[in-house]
Design a protein around this ligand. Structure first.
Ligand SMILES: C[C@](O)(CO)[C@H](O)COP(=O)(O)OP(=O)(O)OC[C@H]1O[C@@H](n2ccc(N)nc2=O)[C@H](O)[C@@H]1O
Ligand SMILES: Nc1ncnc2c1ncn2[C@@H]1O[C@H](COP(=O)(O)OP(=O)(O)OP(=O)(O)O)[C@@H](O)[C@H]1O
Length: 287
C-alpha cells in the first residue's frame, strides 16, 4: 500500500544542558562541547504526497518566506540528493519560538527529512540523512541522531548520553536572538577546556554553564531578568544562543509549583514545562 500522507509528525525542542566554546575553525564556525537533551515540547508537521515534484508550504510563517524556510530547504535537498520525482505539501504548526535556542527550525528540518524519506521511499540511512542535514545547520544532525547526545565539533560529532530523567521549566523571555550575532561577538570567550564524554556523567550539575550566555545577556538584558527569577528554584541557564532559559525539576508537581509563581506583570514571558525525552519520537522511522 502506498502511503499518501503523514500527519502530526513531531519536531521536538532541545535544551543544551551545558555549552562550552572550545575554539574556532578557520571557516569561522565554532568548536563546541555540549549536552543535547530532547524534550517533549514540539512543533507539528503534516505532509501530503504530490506526484508533480512541487514542494509547497501551505502555511504562513511570520518573517520566513517559503523559499528560506528550513522545512522547504530540507525537502528540496532530499529531492535533489535522491533524484526523486515526487513532491509534497507541507504544513508547519509552529509552537517553538524562533530565535529561542530550542533548535526549532533545525528540528523542523530534521523531521521533514525523516518524514519525506518515508513518504517518498527514498530509504536513506540515518547516517546519510545526518550528513545531508549538516548542510542545513549545525544543529540538524542531532535531531536525526535519535537520542540525547554529547556533541563535539561544530555540534555534529555525537555520542549517546544518559541524561537526568526529570522535568524542565522553560521561560521564553519575549526576545528573538540571532545566533550569528552571538557567535560573532568580540566578547565571546572561545577557550574553554575540553571535557570527555566520560567526564560528563561525573560533572557536577551545579557547575553546568553556557559560554554563550554572557554575550546574549549583554545584547538582550531581558534574558538576565528571566535567569535571575528562575535561579530561585534551581541552576537556571540559557539554552543554545538564547533567548530561552530553563531549570531542572525533580517532578511534574515541582515544575507546576514554579509555573504558578510566574509573575503576572511580566507579560512578555511565556513559560511552560516539558519532560526530558530519552529518544526522538520518530527514531523508529530510521533503521
Ligand atoms: C548554538 C546552538 O544552537 C547550540 O546547539 C548551535 O550551535 C546553533 O546551530 P544552528 O542554529 O543550526 O547554526 P547554523 O544555522 O549552522 O549557524 C548559524 C550561525 O551561527 C554560527 N555558528 C553556528 C554553529 C557553530 N558551531 N559555530 C558557529 O559559529 C555561524 O556564524 C553561523 O552562521
Ligand atoms: N521552519 C523554521 N522554523 C523556525 N525558524 C526558521 C525556519 N526556517 C527558517 N528559519 C529561520 O531560522 C532562524 C532561527 O530559528 P530557530 O527557531 O531555529 O532558532 P533557534 O531555536 O535559536 O535555533 P538554534 O538553537 O539552532 O540556534 C529564524 O529566525 C528564522 O529566520
Amino acid at each position: 500500500m502506498t502511503v499518501s500522507s503523514l500527519k502530526n509528525c513531531p519536531a521536538p525542542a532541545k535544551l543544551n544542558l551545558f555549552l562550552h566554546v572550545t575554539g574556532q575553525r578557520s571557516d569561522g564556525y565554532h568548536l563546541l562541547e555540549s549536552a543535547f537533551q530532547l524534550i517533549d515540547h514540539v512543533d507539528l508537521l503534516h505532509f501530503s504526497l504530490r506526484d508533480d515534484a512541487k514542494i509547497i508550504r501551505t502555511n504562513e510563517l511570520a518573517g520566513v518566506p517559503a523559499e528560506t524556510d528550513l522545512v522547504v530547504r530540507a525537502a528540496r535537498l532530499l529531492q535533489v540528493h535522491t533524484s526523486s520525482k515526487l513532491g509534497a505539501e507541507i504544513t508547519l504548526d509552529k509552537k517553538l519560538p524562533m530565535g529561542g535556542g530550542l533548535g526549532g527550525g533545525s528540528s523542523d528540518a530534521a523531521t521533514t527529512l525523516i518524514a519525506l524519506n518515508r513518504l517518498w521511499e527514498t530509504d536513506l540511512s540515518r547516517q546519510q540523512l545526518m550528513q545531508l542535514g549538516l548542510q542545513l545547520g549545525a544543529d540538524v544532525p542531532f535531531f536525526l541522531f535519535g537520542q540525547n547526545a554529547f556533541a563535539q565539533g561544530i555540534g555534529e560529532k555525537l555520542t549517546p548520553l544518559i541524561t537526568p530523567d526529570c522535568w524542565y521549566v522553560v521561560i521564553e523571555p519575549g526576545v528573538s536572538v540571532p545566533t550569528q550575532a552571538i557567535f560573532s561577538s568580540k566578547a565571546l570567550t572561545r577557550n574553554s577546556s575540553s571535557i570527555k564524554v566520560s567526564d560528563f556523567q561525573q560533572y557536577p550539575k551545579g557547575n553546568w554553564r553556557n559560554d554563550l550566555q554572557s554575550v546574549a545577556i549583554q545584547l538582550f538584558p531581558e534574558i538576565l531578568v528571566a535567569i535571575d527569577w528562575l535561579n530561585k528554584y534551581g541552576n537556571a541557564r540559557m539554552t543554545g544562543s538564547g533567548s530561552c532559559v530553563f531549570c531542572a525539576c525533580s517532578s511534574e508537581d515541582a515544575a507546576n509549583e514554579i509555573l504558578k509563581d510566574i509573575p503576572g506583570e511580566l507579560q512578555d514571558w511565556t513559560a511552560w514545562k516539558a519532560k526530558a525525552l530519552n529518544e526522538h519520537p520518530l527514531t523508529n522511522w530510521l533503521g
